[in-house]
Design a binder for this molecule. Structure first.
Ligand SMILES: Cc1cc2nc3c(=O)[nH]c(=O)nc-3n(C[C@H](O)[C@H](O)[C@H](O)COP(=O)(O)OP(=O)(O)OC[C@H]3O[C@@H](n4cnc5c(N)ncnc54)[C@H](O)[C@@H]3O)c2cc1C
Length: 322
């Protein structure tokens, strides 16, 4: 393992100063970063621990239904916080579905969003599109767990469960860096992830995610997260779905396990689901429409069926007349 120094940042400014070094990396719970370092996927000289920055572990619920989640809020806290469970059930359920209690007790929401893909070609150091090669080795190789929607050479999927719930809840992220703070959508954070040869996020050198923000529309309504796995526990999603019927009647749905970034279901499908009163044929047609642009690889066509099954179930649960 590459030797490294450790610095516990005492403030956001201190973290930004420390992260200005090109060989520095932000540290949350270390459950992915240290494993990546042991596998030589990451070789930082300096780990900048974000967990002691004031406010980094705070869950702040505003009276209007909005919330701010500090980047070092642990997944276990999201899964068990009564206010999060009451307001953002889909997020609490997604956090509760992550790996094991040990991972949830150490893993932070910032690290969960910025974790690297689990593709075995990438993790094994083989010369894939993200490891110095030209092509995605999964495209013509072992691709049972790879993506259905791929706008770039890499066919890996993003492993995060919370990302799927946050996408359906239309969360944004707060980012700090040398040029000061900025806020961006999840879509913008992962823009070009499949084409990016070094990372999945658009974070510039020295920047880190300081918080996740939930808008007031994310609170309440009918919301849930459902995850399909190869085994019953301690596994990544083959496909997952977060769904939200907001208090104003609008529907938002997002899929996991099918792309390397956030994957919102098309707005035309969401609008038709929001009308409710769908019969079986209409639900089948909408589920098919939602997956119309999917491009299965040789071994992952089953994911289309899984996604359609989750979508149909979600339509039944979201129907205001059911
Ligand atoms: C066996 C196993 C099973 C797992 N199962 C699941 C699962 O079912 N679902 C799921 O969602 N995940 C799963 N994971 C992944 C796990 O959830 C992540 O390892 C964890 O969430 C990462 O959080 P962390 O705080 O430990 O991140 P770290 O390991 O500290 O960091 C991960 C990456 O993010 C960067 N980083 C950390 N914090 C920030 C920040 N605030 N801003 C920008 N970059 C940052 C680091 O530099 C590093 O590149 C599993 C992992 C393992 C090992």
């Amino acid at each position: 393992m590459h030797p490294f120094a450790y610095h516990a940042a005492s403030s956001a400014d201190d973290a930004v100063r420390a992260l200005a070094s090109p060989a520095a990396a932000p540290l949350g719970g270390g459950t992915d970063l240290l494993v990546a370092m042991k596998g030589e996927l990451a070789r930082p000289d300096l780990l900048v621990d974000l967990r002691r920055i004031p406010g980094a572990t705070d869950i702040t619920l505003a009276p209007d239904g909005a919330a701010r989640l500090g980047c070092a809020v642990r997944l276990a806290d999201l899964a068990t916080h009564p206010g999060v469970i009451e307001r953002y059930a889909a997020l609490a359920q997604a956090a509760a579905s992550v790996g094991t209690p040990q991972l949830r007790n150490m893993g932070t929401i910032g690290g969960n969003l910025a974790q690297r893909p689990r593709c075995w070609y990438l993790r094994s150091g083989l010369p894939c599109a993200k490891n110095g090669g030209h092509d995605c080795l999964a495209a013509s190789g072992e691709n049972h767990y790879h993506a259905l929607f791929t706008p770039g050479p890499c066919h890996a999927v993003h492993p995060s469960d919370p990302l799927v719930a946050l996408t359906a809840l239309e969360a944004t992220v707060e980012i700090v860096g040398v040029d000061g703070p900025r806020e961006c959508s999840l879509h913008a954070l992962f823009d070009g992830a499949a084409r990016n040869r070094h990372a999945e996020t658009t974070l510039a050198a020295g920047e880190y995610v300081s918080a996740v923000r939930l808008p007031s529309t994310a609170a309440g309504g009918v919301q849930f997260y459902e995850k399909l796995m190869q085994r019953g526990a301690w596994d990544f999603a083959t496909v997952s779905l977060a769904a939200h019927r907001r208090a104003d009647g609008a529907v938002r749905m997002a899929l996991g396990g099918v792309s390397l970034g956030p994957c919102r279901v098309s707005s035309s499908v969401e609008e038709d689901v929001a009308t409710g009163g769908l019969d079986d044929d209409s639900m089948d047609a909408l589920a098919e429409r939602a997956m119309y642009d999917a491009v299965p690889l040789t071994h992952n066509g089953y994911k289309v069926w899984q996604a359609q099954a989750l979508l149909r179930r979600a339509m039944q649960r979201l129907d205001p007349r059911s």
